[in-house]
Design a binder for this molecule. Structure first.
Ligand code: NAG
Length: 327
């Protein structure tokens, strides 16, 4: 190979690796993020607080920061929280929490689901069903979807008498609950009760045949908002004693990296399917609360010898990291 060809090769290699880098945050004003990688693109959906749901779409993780939030769904009502999209039998199901029109405050939140017209994550979406339990008019939020032993379940959070807890409900399909909601977990450890007694944002995580639920703990406006880990260790997913909650948080603030109140996450795979990634929101300064200062961030995570996820420390912003494998 002559010198010119060698230089050309080096040039192409360095351009190629630069294209796969990204920085946190990956999206501004994007709390409660959820990410999917599907057929060559990333799709990021997050809380807007309004009556519309938008998705940011880009072929590179580092490209999301530059794209607009395209509206994919407009609904009757207000105060959108915690949207997630799940591909089930060829359609995308958009789970979200919102209040009915002409309501006030937060306690009116109920969980709902909309459906995409095709397998395009950009929709358009149309309303499909309310998912609240008619026998229990509780404040409900943060719907998600999990499959355990081929049975479908709705996951969510609800306010009980003294704390916000997690629930699980059996479903016959993504829009039809087939039974009452069952208590799944309540905040009990010190790290779950900063500001308010809260468990929320339950998210499914599957690995090597094991079933985990990662959830957020404490008040979102506390800098100590953190992620906890539960594992299904029994035979009945509707029985809370068949789940084990780990006694320590698995992801929390890093004062050294200036990351506060990290939480309300989702999971996604790298384009080549070899890496596990977490997407979560956090604040860049102390005491910024539960508003639009929360940006979406993403980072790779690994698994330890016991088969448990290792999320590490929330990474600093404005540092260049290698993007997901296969971009
Ligand atoms: C939940 O599981 C425990 C332990 O297996 C059992 O003792 C209890 O009866 C179960 N509760 C229900 C409601 O099935």
């Amino acid at each position: 190979m002559n010198m010119f060809k060698k230089l050309l090769c080096l040039f192409i290699l360095s351009v190629g690796s630069n294209a796969d880098e990204y920085k946190n945050p990956i999206a501004l004003s994007a709390p409660d993020p959820w990410m999917e990688y599907y057929k060559g693109d990333y799709y990021l959906v997050a809380t807007t607080g309004s009556n519309v749901i938008g998705i940011r779409k880009a072929s590179k993780l580092g490209g999301l920061i530059d794209v607009e939030n395209t509206i994919v769904y407009t609904f009757e009502g207000r105060a959108l929280w915690a949207p997630e999209i799940h591909l089930i039998d060829g359609r995308w199901y958009l789970f979200y929490s919102s209040c009915a029109p002409n309501t006030e405050g937060n306690e009116c939140h109920r969980n709902r689901v909309a459906q995409s017209a095709s397998d395009d994550p950009m929709g358009p979406y149309t309303f499909l069903a309310d998912l609240d339990d008619p026998d229990d008019q509780a404040f409900e939020l943060d719907p998600s979807y999990i499959i355990i032993n081929e049975q479908q379940y709705l996951l969510g959070a609800y306010w009980g008498p003294t704390s916000q807890n997690l629930y699980i409900r059996p479903m016959t399909n993504p829009y039809t609950p087939s039974g009452a909601k069952h208590f799944l977990a309540a905040p009990t450890y010190d790290w779950e009760i900063y500001g308010l007694n809260i468990n929320e944002g339950p998210e499914p995580l599957y690995h090597d045949g094991r079933i985990f639920v990662v959830f957020s703990a404490s008040y979102c406006g506390s800098d100590n908002y953190a992620l906890g880990l539960m594992e299904f260790v029994g035979t009945d997913p509707l029985n809370s004693t068949h789940w084990y909650k780990h006694p320590e948080p698995v992801f929390k603030r890093s004062d050294e990296n200036h990351v506060y109140a990290p939480g309300h996450n989702g999971f996604f795979k790298s384009p080549d399917g070899t890496e596990d990634w977490i997407v979560y929101h956090a604040n860049a300064e102390e005491s910024q609360g539960c508003g639009d200062t929360r940006s979406s961030r993403a980072q790779k995570f690994t698994w330890d010898d016991d088969g448990l996820p290792v999320f590490g420390v929330p990474e600093a912003t404005d540092v260049t990291y290698e993007g997901p494998s296969g971009e």
